[in-house]
Design a protein around this ligand. Structure first.
Ligand code: PGA
Length: 255
């Protein structure tokens, strides 16, 4: 049985005090909830403060990105060993990194390898743009991003891939449960082709893009979807906690 994961991506939001307050609020609401991995990904500069706010809780910490090397001249970057001192997870290849900052499949691959070597759990993001979807290229894009992102990787059981259609991110227009499930199936199939069906059965595939407390059940009730990567709704204690609670409830019912 794959352990479900709900991860909150705070993006370039919060300030020191609001980051602390958000973490403290979540701790109060969902710390005791088990059977599901809960992860928050604050901006790098607040990792330490949020780590303190979540000390000895069941909520884990992730970074929103990670460089592929430590101890190099790479101004502005944060290396995997640095992140691993504070966090357990690292979002890699988010579409905002790919499309606003020119991150390539090859860079994603280097980051995934470096994160794993440093003991981090990558949350590798893949997803098609609206143009690619309209040109019927969704599966092709997902296959390419999955194949390049995982090339030469020694894949641990439970590895996390987030399927995030670019057109659904921050738009209030989520994919349908059915579309997200078929995209997830294509990703799992590609992992099976690369690493074998047994390994592919262990990997966790999250859906991301306009997830809310109202629509999370539609995604969690799909057998191929093991959780969610949440942006906007992860900035509110009530909304993110409700998503976590609802996700745990649906997956517990499916067992
Ligand atoms: P959203 O963002 O939930 O605000 O659509 C999701 C993401 O970018 O991870």
């Amino acid at each position: 049985m794959r352990r479900p994961v709900i991860a909150g991506n705070w993006k370039c939001h919060t300030r020191l005090e609001s980051a602390r307050a958000l973490a403290a609020g979540l701790r109060e609401r969902v710390d005791a909830l088990d059977g599901i991995e809960k992860v928050v990904c604050p901006p790098f500069v607040y990792l330490s403060a949020v780590r303190e706010a979540l000390a000895a809780s069941s909520i884990r910490l992730g970074s929103q990105d990670v460089h592929w090397e430590d101890d190099v001249a790479a101004t502005g970057e944060v290396g995997p060993q640095m992140v691993a001192e504070l966090a357990d997870y690292a979002v890699i290849g988010h579409s905002e990194r790919r499309h606003q900052f020119g991150e390539t499949d090859e860079m994603v691959n280097r980051k995934v390898k470096a994160a794993l070597a440093a003991g981090l759990k990558p949350i590798m993001c893949v997803g098609e743009t609206l143009e690619e979807r309209q040109a019927d290229l969704t599966e092709q894009v997902l296959m390419r991003q999955t194949r390049s992102g995982l090339a030469g990787v020694e894949l641990p059981d439970g590895f996390i891939i987030a399927y995030e259609p670019v057109w659904a991110i921050g738009t209030g227009t989520p994919a349908t449960g059915e579309d997200a499930a078929s995209a997830s199936a294509a990703i799992r199939q590609e992992v099976a082709a690369m690493f074998g069906p047994d390994k592919a059965e262990t990997i966790r595939i999250l859906y991301g893009g306009s997830v809310t407390p109202e629509n999370i059940a539609e995604f969690m009730s799909q057998a191929n979807i093991d959780g969610a990567l949440v942006g906007g709704a992860s900035l509110r204690v009530d909304a993110f906690s409700s998503i976590v609670e609802e996700a745990a409830r649906v997956k517990a019912g499916a067992r």
